[in-house]
Design a protein around this ligand. Sequence first.
Ligand code: NAD
Length: 515
Amino acid sequence: MTLEPVESDVPYHRLYINGEWCDAEGERTFEVTEPASGTLIARVASASTADVDRAVAAARDAFDNGPWPHTPHYERARIIHKIADLIEEHAFDIAELESRDGGVPIRKTTYNDIPLALHMMRVFGDLARRPPYEPMPWNDFPTLSWNFVWRDPFGVCAQIIPWNYAFPMAVWKLGPALATGNTIVFKPSSLAPLSAIRLVQLIDESGLLPRGTLNLVTGPGGEVGEYMVGHPQVDKIAFTGSTEVGRKIMAIAAPHIKKVTLELGGKSPSILLPDADLDKAIDGVLFGMFYHAGQLCEAGTRCFVPATLYDEVVERLVARTRQLRLGDPLELETDIGPLISFKQRERVESYIKLGREEGARLAIGGGRPVGELYERGPYLEPTIFTHVDNRWRIAQEEIFGPVLCVIRYEELGDAISMANDTMYGLAASVWSRDLQAAIEVARRIRSGTVGINEHHVLNPHAPFGGFKESGIGREMGVAGLLEYTEPKHIHVDFQQKRSGKIWWDALLPPENEHE
Ligand code: NAD
């Protein structure tokens, strides 16, 4: 356990290296505050590169010499389910911690994020039961042999996650890596690290993982994260964060030809077809956009509306947005909490200014809410821009805040072209009563996930990831699990006759030697 008072009564969280909780070199720490109020809620060890070296060495040793990579898959499955049991037991505490640390409304963390994370961990436990063996077709060319694919764990994985959706993100990094026998050096974001640290504490308390299998380092991304990524003893990088940092990571990984999976940014479309059920679509679009104040990678930030419905849809979106409750994330009735930081609010506000300059019409929001509560944290009104041109920067760049762009279209083909006309390709939703038409549109959208009559459709059985600059590789589902393995072809040769061996073509038998 790392919950100890240091100077004051806020908890202090250390690094977790080789099965021990330890201070960072020089006892460096950073502070974690609640976005909603600025209250200090924890101090966290701030790792140095020397600490990263120790964590990587522990993970390396655990991989090369420890039992975890060779632990039978059914035993790994049992352990992952035990970890899931611990999440279940502490679900309400974790939900509250996540709400305080990330400013996430407690209704979301209690009824969605933590239950979903628990479900994910259980699915990873089930998937871990999959033997690391894949049969291959019978082979008798050029000789008779039995062939199969064995899935080796990849090795030491450096895993880095962002501040938004922190707990589920931690689960979907650790779960598949552990399920397949890897060892890990894990780094949460400094802006909201507490729920991920809590997960490592629960795993530690369970005593189920061999020493060094899981290591936690906390600290600034540009220093600690970058050093982890470039470390020659790290075999695989699993990164979730911005496309900008993702590009850097790929470049750092290149000299060692490291395996990378990148889950990056998005600018996802919600496309309303002319026959959409507006009673559902209006709420669905707003859920897609304003869930966690728009701070979700797959947020539906561009809403494409047929010209015939445009005025009605805008009117209804605005009227419904007026009813959304902006407030304290710990209150059950809050729909939208604060942004993660004042810096993030400034960034979003700069886009709101840009939207006005580009010529968009501000239909609602755009400012800071007024009132004592709102002065304590970086609150921002849910904002809708109408008459947006898809080529403008507000429609092309990831804002990562509560700003919706409503874009008119004449023909469905134009909507699909515009939806695809972005460097991103993470998610989308299509709203229609005609499921066949909706599926046809879904198939033409260039993104990793498409929801029909729903947005934010995370499913631990389904691969999640991005086309184009939204990422490389997939997480979750069997595809996500396989990203943590190296396929190895094993060939068992049955040919006994020398003349039937493949070397016959190259090596004549020694003189006088016959079959
Ligand atoms: P970020 O890229 O700034 O940081 C993400 C993580 O990387 C943090 O832990 C940070 O400390 C670390 N980091 C920062 N610089 C680094 C560097 N040079 N080398 C290594 N690590 C570094 O992103 P953020 O602001 O924390 O999160 C928001 C972004 O994450 C958005 O762009 C969002 O779309 C994206 N995101 C993507 C997904 C997805 O699954 N595709 C999910 C959630 C968030």
